[in-house]
Design a protein around this ligand. Sequence first.
Ligand code: PBG
Length: 323
Amino acid sequence: MLQRPRRNRKSEVIRQMVQETHVSAANLIFPLFIVDGENQKTAVSSMPGIFRYSVDNLLREVESCMNLGLKAFDLFPNIDDALKDQYATESHREGSLYLRAISQVKKEFPEACVVTDVAMDPYSSDGHDGVVQNGEILNDETLEILGKMALAHARAGADIIAPSDMMDGRVGYIRKVLDENGYTGVSIMSYSAKYASAFYGPFRDALNSAPKFGDKKSYQMNPANQREALIEARLDEIEGADFLMVKPALPYLDVIKLLKDSTELPIAAYNVSGEYAMIKAAVQNGWLNEQRATTEVLTSIRRAGATSILTYHAKEVLLNKWL
Ligand code: PBG
């Protein structure tokens, strides 16, 4: 035998020498849930270890992450039902919880990178990512609202705008609104290939944002499709996206790889709430080793081609020095 691949696995030093993929704090984006009020920190029951923070506590949480070298955050608001309406007006109202959170974080931590979520669902009385009329999701009417939301986020200090709605043409529309208002430096991380997935369940618990009727299949992608992701990715790139995202991550590693090979833009992957919940549930039952399972998942997502990973594991892997 001339070739004995095991030689390159014979010691820890050699294994590390030939290791092809690494995960570091710089690759991670930590999603954080926000709730109104003061001194609030409420547990999300389907996501052990994850909380909804009022803005004062959010600042403390951001600070403790910054101290660990975790400097990128994606914010999501839990909105009181009374503030929701058909047109998600709360999403761009001056002085809203979300806009206050963005500007406070940027004020206290100018060097933090704040990613903001552009989509109607947390603010929509229908729980959908678009305007609903007679049970239909209207595309072009939704763009106008997304544009207002993105502009409000930019004004509040967002570094990266992340449209997660899957309406057609929204990246180009948002890019135009931002540019026309002088925000040429604000980036867009587009949820390019976002699938109609069962794995968003715990997130919808966290935000109380589940659709009030039907499902999201007329805008989010069919999990069976890969080639369609190329269409979405190409359009987002042409429309001016700075990052392309695949979501969820683990069941779609092939899509991450496909996009990686077909664009020069950095690829982000969203390791979603249900993926997090599965690991936590198994760990709580004593069925998986938490450190090994978590680092294996993150490494796999990087190996598939993701530059950045949005993950609820971001803080714990640094706190526990698992990377
Ligand atoms: C909605 C949105 C969702 C997530 C991020 N933005 C859920 C959905 O589309 O219903 C899911 C994130 C997760 O599950 O962690 N705009």
